[in-house]
Design a protein around this ligand. Structure first.
Ligand code: TPP
Ligand code: SF4
Ligand code: MG
Length: 288
């Protein structure tokens, strides 16, 4: 159920990286002057997925791993809304993996914000698809969402941020939201958001993150070069952060424009019976 509710006090552990994300979302929305009633947060299942309860906007608590389908539905119902889907690495990259891959191809102008803490925080610290080998008995190599995003040749915005660097997070979020509001398509931001209770990676990540924009040859419009740069950075033991893909041109590729060229979703469509009767008769005739 979509609800516009008063924010409630957060249930997160003190120091959780998700607080940085919450603050950055509020700040980016304020900087872009997005009215609260035009912003919809669709939360996944997990600690991170409760983010919509802590900010006074329209909120929807989705099914586990199905937040993208529900966020795309909200956008297509009313394309004037700014829609942010927000959840965890378990929600997005395990049960939600099928939807994750297709979201890049569908390319609806929504922002998907994954708070990656490399664990299932809410269920008390089991390994997730991004956990390193050895974490809580994990024997599988970790999955990298940025490399996956770069492997799909669609005109998306792709970036990774770190909760320990709020200034950059706000800038990147603003760019992603603007990308959506210009109907340019899907924006994916993975935030490295430590779970201080079950996997406190603040110190490690502070040492390991490397902002790719500081490197020579950095060009986020060149997908191939960025794939190589990310891979090489990871092979050198660092974690790449920054904007990893930004389409060269400003084409408006959002799914909502392809399906609703006049930008009127069902929410604002004229459902008056008489006005729609000729179209209805035409449909019936085509079926005869
Ligand atoms: C269908 C279903 N399967 C499993 C669960 C149990 N469950 C709740 S949250 C969660 C994973 C949470 O991990 P993540 O998405 O990384 O969020 P975090 O708590 O780390 O922010 C799981 C497996 C569930 N709620 N529903
Ligand atoms: S368990 Fe971890 S992810 Fe969940 S609120 Fe606490 S610190 Fe954050
Ligand atoms: Mg998690």
């Amino acid at each position: 159920m979509v609800q516009s509710a008063k924010a409630v006090p957060s249930i997160w552990c003190p120091g959780c990286g998700d607080f940085g994300v919450l603050a950055a979302v509020k700040k980016a929305a304020a900087n872009l002057k997005i009215p609260n009633h035009d912003l919809v947060l669709v939360g996944g299942i997990g600690c991170s997925g409760s983010i919509h309860n802590f900010v006074e906007v329209n909120g929807l608590h989705a099914l586990h791993g199905r937040l993208l389908a529900q966020a795309v539905g909200v956008k297509l119902a009313n394309p004037t809304l700014t829609v942010v889907a927000a959840g965890g690495d378990g929600d997005g990259y395990a049960i939600g993996m099928g939807h994750f891959m297709h979201a890049f191809k569908k390319n609806a102008s929504i922002l998907y914000l994954v708070m990656n803490n490399e664990t299932y925080g809410l269920t008390k610290g089991q390994p997730s698809p991004t956990s390193p080998v050895g974490f809580e008995g994990n024997i599988e190599p970790p999955f990298d969402a940025i490399l996956t995003a770069l492997s799909i040749p669609a005109s998306n915005f792709v970036a990774r941020t770190f909760s320990g660097d709020p200034k950059t997070m706000i800038q990147v979020l603003e760019e992603g939201l603007k990308f959506n509001r210009d109907n340019r398509g899907f924006a994916f931001i993975e935030d490295l958001s430590p779970c201080v209770t079950y996997n406190d990676t603040y110190k490690l990540w502070r040492e390991k993150v490397l902002d790719l924009s500081s490197l020579s040859g950095y060009d986020p419009t060149d997908r191939k070069a960025m794939f190589r740069l990310c891979l090489e950075t990871m092979e050198s033991g660092r974690i790449p952060i920054g904007v990893m893909h930004r389409p060269k041109d400003a084409a408006k590729e959002g799914l909502e424009l392809k399906l609703l060229p006049d930008r009127v979703g069902p929410m604002a469509a004229d459902i008056n019976l008489d006005a729609n009767r000729p179209e209805y008769e035409k449909l019936l005739a085509a079926l005869a």
